[in-house]
Ligand binder design. Structure first.
Ligand code: SF4
Length: 229
């Protein structure tokens, strides 16, 4: 069952968060030493891969932002486009096309011509982490780019957080109180004009274990679609 919670923003009790202008990190961003080292080690082994912080994809004027965890080693870290080239992208892009948030044919390549409609995709952490597990300090450090990305989307009304890490980072980005907005698949949290929709991450592990079925995933985007008519 969908739960909807209304959460207070700090706007009522303090100044809004600072607006930072840099939405994209440098190709050689040094801010997370462990991730920088991992990135460079993969770069040495796989010189033809992207191997850099993966930029957001899609329309900055979109009303929908999807926030994932971090680039997959052989997915976005290889191709340079979020969710492109690994299993998570198969389910995400098929679902976005089905609900009118993307057009074209997803072919797991950044030059496949796929276009997002009214939609942007980013990650809580822009660099590939070992074992898909960024450290809390890395999530905190990279949040400056998520803050800037959200600040640069003037028409933003809906955020889909894919997984708990993305959910928690979005809450902190928006200066929202975490206890009032616990993560749960299918939950919707209202924060002013914004709605935050929670979904389990569309990873191969979650779908193989049936933690997340394609139908559960589609229901989240059906709700977003209905709200963004
Ligand atoms: S994860 Fe973000 S902050 Fe850390 S090195 Fe990569 S781009 Fe920089």
């Amino acid at each position: 069952m969908t739960t909807i919670s209304t959460i207070e923003t700090k706007a009522a009790s303090g100044p809004p968060p600072p607006v930072l202008l840099r939405t994209e990190p440098d190709r050689n961003c040094p801010l997370c030493p462990r991730l920088k080292g991992f990135r460079e080690a993969v770069r040495a082994r796989q010189a033809d891969w992207f191997n850099s912080p993966v930029p957001s994809f899609g329309d900055p004027d979109g009303r929908l932002l999807i926030v994932g965890l971090a680039p997959g080693l052989q997915g976005a870290n290889r191709t340079g486009r979020p969710f492109t080239g690994d299993f998570a992208g198969d389910l995400l892009y098929a679902t976005l096309i089905e609900y009118g948030f993307a057009r074209g044919v997803y072919q797991a390549r950044p030059d496949d011509g796929l276009t997002l409609i009214d939609c942007r995709i980013s990650n809580a952490v822009r660099c590939v982490p070992p074992q898909n597990k960024p450290l809390p300090a890395e999530i905190n450090t990279c949040r400056q780019f998520l803050i800037a990305t959200i600040a640069a989307m003037p028409k933003l009304r809906a955020i889909v957080a894919l997984g708990r890490v993305a959910h928690d980072s979005v809450l902190k980005t928006l200066s929202l109180r975490a206890p009032a907005a616990p993560f749960a698949h299918g939950a919707i949290h209202q924060a002013g004009v914004l709605k935050l929709y929670d979904s389990y991450h569309c990873s191969r592990y979650n779908t193989n274990t049936r933690v997340l079925t394609p139908e559960m995933f589609r229901k989240v985007f059906a709700k977003v679609r209905a709200d963004l008519r």
